[in-house]
Design a protein around this ligand. Sequence first.
Ligand code: AMP
Ligand code: MG
Length: 304
Amino acid sequence: MDHTHRFVEDLVGQCRVPPGTSVSMGRDFDPAGGDGTLSRSEGQPQLEEVIQVIDDYQDRLSAAATRGILLVIQALDAGGKDSTIKHVMRGLNPQGVEVHSFKEPTDEELRHDFLWRCQRVAPERGRIGIFNRSHYEDVLVVRVHSELLRRQGGSDRAGTTRIWARRFQEINDWEHHLVANDIAVVKVLLNVSKAEQARRFIDRIDRPEKNWKFAPSDIHERRYWDDYQRALGEMLSHSSTEWAPWHVVPADRKWFARLATAAILAQTLIDIDPQYPKVDASVRRQMATDREALVAELHGSSEH
Ligand code: AMP
Ligand code: MG
């Protein structure tokens, strides 16, 4: 295994939430953490190498078209989802990747089951789909503000007992279904601290070109910080599975969050190890004949 592959494997291992463990955000994860040895200046060339790995493997993923990847990215406001996606995408051929952002559900979306809008845009084999927020909003924001459940009719009405346990089961089953159908599912939580969120909000207020990113409702949501931390802990404890594990990425330092997220995507590609399709013997013979004809044509035309 070369140096970059080993680096990637170590980093991903540090972030992975072991399936079946019960975790708590405050106790188990440090938003300011990192790999402990790496400095920012070392992180930059390391990111370039990881992006090179992604680039190389994605080409094979597209060519093989037998497996796809769904990369789910969750974070609280100002957790760095947009900028992380931007950086990780640098290593991807735009033709083979799609990003879907999940906002407050539309009326149409609310008339369907909560997974409907995600299933509709799940990636096909050969492609990488990135979810900027995801079906997990339905066990996060909807759990923190359970009155939102009332907009989701039928059996999902508020008051239904065990709704969250059921939703985790449904999410795990759906992700299992995707994996069984050759779509790898890999999940990243960008873990930002409350203080860092405040600094980033201030920055959004101070810089006119960032004002658009700031919503007054962000301050309102911040009041529910502890509720969100609890909901995140529950999410990790109930939906980090063998087939679709969660990774908690310390996100107070943006460069580290980018590097770790890129590494997680790289490791998923390395595990899949897609191969260029092999051409069979008869096609190879035909190609040899075609090649001769093309070469002859070039020589022929250069004589005129
Ligand atoms: P942003 O990502 O900043 O554009 O904000 C999108 C907003 O949509 C966030 O406040 C999310 O919490 C909210 N959102 C996303 N999915 C849902 C959902 N299923 N139910 C309610 N709100 C949601
Ligand atoms: Mg926002």
